[in-house]
Design a protein around this ligand. Structure first.
Ligand SMILES: NC(=O)c1ccc[n+]([C@@H]2O[C@H](COP(=O)([O-])OP(=O)(O)OC[C@H]3O[C@@H](n4cnc5c(N)ncnc54)[C@H](OP(=O)(O)O)[C@@H]3O)[C@@H](O)[C@H]2O)c1
Length: 209
């Protein structure tokens, strides 16, 4: 299969890329990024500006999209800028891929995604899921992790403290609230993309511990 991966330079995206390149079921990975990736015979990585994505590139046609794009409020600097990365870009990618005939979309969403939530983060994730549901994909999967663990170059104090706390208390917590290792999430994303089961599906945090 041919996989279109966005967010390939991120914590989860890097794991998806590694798994996909090693998986014999995946023949080609197209990973549009703004930063260069290490070359690999199965990988095509066009350099793009997500504000000006090419409308007619033939690489939009794939068997499945995996989206692991995202930012933080701190990096984005404003709610508007956060929404652009966490909602507008994933939706634009979906529209372009769908317009070019890609039948399957798998989103790295988040636990608590809910378009009617009072929490801005959960609301943005929920609005994105809702908007994606209307794009006409044959197979659509929302993978909803809780707190993600794994090595991150960037230092995020709050997240680091949460990960430490959950590492200590994890065994005592309900499965839903335990840490989700990035590699587990990546596995769930890739399996959903390859299986491409018809309809809309959710993979919840307790399935990725
Ligand atoms: N952190 C958590 O505990 C947690 C929990 C639940 C759900 N999530 C969600 O899971 C998803 C993946 O998380 P992650 O931790 O793997 O993300 P991450 O490490 O922050 O990676 C985000 C990806 O998005 C890209 N990106 C960010 N801003 C961009 C921009 N302006 N233009 C183009 N690309 C941009 C990054 O590219 P560059 O490398 O070029 O910056 C990177 O590839 C996110 O949607 C996040 O909200 C996170």
């Amino acid at each position: 299969m041919k996989l279109l991966l966005v967010g390939a330079t991120g914590l989860v995206g890097r794991h998806v890329l590694t798994l996909a390149l090693a998986d014999p079921r995946v023949e080609e990975v197209v990973a549009p990024t703004r930063r260069e990736l290490t070359t690999h015979p199965k990988l095509f990585s066009p350099q793009v500006d997500f504000d000006r994505l090419p409308q007619h590139a033939d690489w939009w046609q794939a068997d499945a999209v995996i989206c692991a794009l995202g930012t933080t409020m701190r990096t984005a600097g404003s709610k508007e800028a956060f929404r652009r990365v966490d909602c507008d870009y994933p939706l634009t990618v979906a529209r372009l891929a769908r317009a070019h005939g890609t039948p399957t979309y798998v989103l790295n969403s988040a636990i608590g995604a809910d378009a009617s939530s009072r929490l801005f983060y959960n609301r943005v994730k929920g609005e994105l899921e809702q908007a994606l549901t209307g794009q006409g994909f044959d197979s659509l999967t929302f993978v909803r992790p809780g707190v993600i663990s794994g090595h991150r170059d960037e230092f995020r104090l709050g997240e680091r403290m949460l990960v430490m706390g959950l590492t200590l208390t994890g065994p005592l917590l309900p499965k839903r609230w335990r840490l989700n290792p990035a590699a587990q999430i990546a596995g769930a994303l890739l399996e959903a993309a390859i299986r491409a089961k018809a309809g809309v599906h959710v993979v919840s945090s307790d399935q990725m511990i």
